[in-house]
Design a binder for this molecule. Structure first.
Ligand code: BGC
Length: 367
């Protein structure tokens, strides 16, 4: 190589190094160790699309390498996505699991490669190789739903009996257990007293029996079919359902569709239905009087928290958590950061969801 070509080659190498150096200064702990694999359950639910894209953007803006994958609610697909991320050099995995008990072997592989694992929103069970958990206070989500029904139906003073139908989330999702327990701790005493009656008989006798009314994969159409069955078998002779515990918005969509096809319309005889997430279709349903509330989880806050965790990991700092007792995954208590959920009703849509920029007014037909 002549002096001249060597000089040009050096210049080119220098030019190549410049953006890397610039990157490293804005990257949490340097670009090299900020290589993140994100796996989300499905694109069929609005919240997971927002969750994934927001976190990906934040990390990319900070100069991290990011791979974001969705698995169509298929466990095997999610496992192979995680395997590919490990093989591709990811140093941190952010996983919103489909089945919280199915990831043990792949996380063993991650641990061998000293990859850190953050369970995102849903706990990963049965594995020692889960380093942190970032989520909303899932028990509180259920409590907010239960207390909403208790207050709105005035269960302490109402004579009853009030016709009520409870639903629970996907049996493979650890969160669903917490949502149900939070709501059932409030509502079960009123079922036992007879203020609430469950004509379908589908009222778990204890929190542990929640899977008996769980809707697999949180599917709207399965919730709709279940509600259709309950209405056609147990609501005959003019009997009307007055309240439904729906643990999230995707189930509420199915329940509302079933009610509509059975002839229910918003108004005095329309049942009170709960939800969770603040999806656009459900906010529209709230504004139309078809759903009474949703428990809003500002997923931007969850993304910000996970971003902070990643920064702390890459800088070798202590990772901040605020709960070290609630989330035992069967092998260990996973250090967790819990974020507060909030109730949104019709009169709070503007101030909570739109003014904060979570949704656009035009998304929900307001302006
Ligand atoms: C999440 C909820 C979501 C549900 C269905 C749960 O694990 O916490 O926000 O509605 O999954 O995807």
């Amino acid at each position: 190589m002549s002096h001249k070509t060597r000089f040009v080659a050096l210049l080119a190498a220098g030019a190549l190094m410049l953006p890397l150096a610039a990157c490293a200064s804005t990257t949490p702990g340097g670009a090299a160790n900020c290589n993140v694999g994100i796996t989300m359950p499905t694109r069929s639910l609005e919240r997971w699309i927002n969750d994934g894209e927001q976190l990906q953007k934040k990390l990319k803006d900070a100069g991290c390498t990011v791979d974001l994958q969705y698995a169509d609610n298929k466990v095997d697909q999610q496992i192979s996505q995680i395997q590919n991320q490990i093989a591709g050099g990811a140093k941190i995995l952010v996983i919103a699991s489909i089945d919280g008990t199915a990831l043990g072997p792949v996380l063993e592989e991650a641990a061998k490669q000293t990859v850190k694992v953050i369970a995102y929103d849903r706990l990963i069970n049965g594995s020692p190789n889960v380093d942190y958990y970032a989520t909303f206070d899932n028990y509180k989500v259920g409590q907010l739903q239960g207390n909403f029904l208790k207050d709105q139906l005035k269960l302490d003073s109402a004579a009853g009996p009030i016709n009520f139908e409870p639903f629970a989330g996907s049996p493979d999702d650890n969160n669903a257990k917490f949502f149900f327990a939070g709501a059932w701790d409030v509502l079960l005493p009123y079922v036992q007293k007879g203020t609430l009656v469950v004509p379908s008989g589908k009222a778990p006798k204890s929190n542990d029996e929640w899977t008996s009314i769980g809707i697999q994969s949180w599917q709207s159409d399965k919730a709709q079919a279940e509600m259709d069955n309950r209405l056609s078998s147990f609501y005959t002779g003019g009997k009307k359902v007055q309240a439904v515990l729906s643990p999230n918005d995707s189930l509420a969509i199915g329940i509302v569709a079933s009610l509509k096809s059975a002839g229910y319309a918003p108004g005095a005889d329309y049942p009170m239905i709960t939800g969770q997430d603040g999806d656009k279709a459900n906010v529209k349903a709230i504004l139309a009087g078809e759903q009474a509330m949703t428990v809003w989880k500002d997923t931007r806050k969850l993304g910000d928290r996970v971003f902070t965790m990643i920064q702390q990991i890459t800088k070798g700092e202590k990772v901040e958590v605020n709960d070290e007792k609630t989330y035992n995954n069967g092998v260990k208590v996973v250090p967790s950061y819990l974020i507060e959920p909030e109730v949104v009703t019709k009169d709070l849509v503007q101030s909570k969801l739109i003014d904060s920029g979570f949704l656009k007014a035009s998304d929900v037909g307001l302006g």
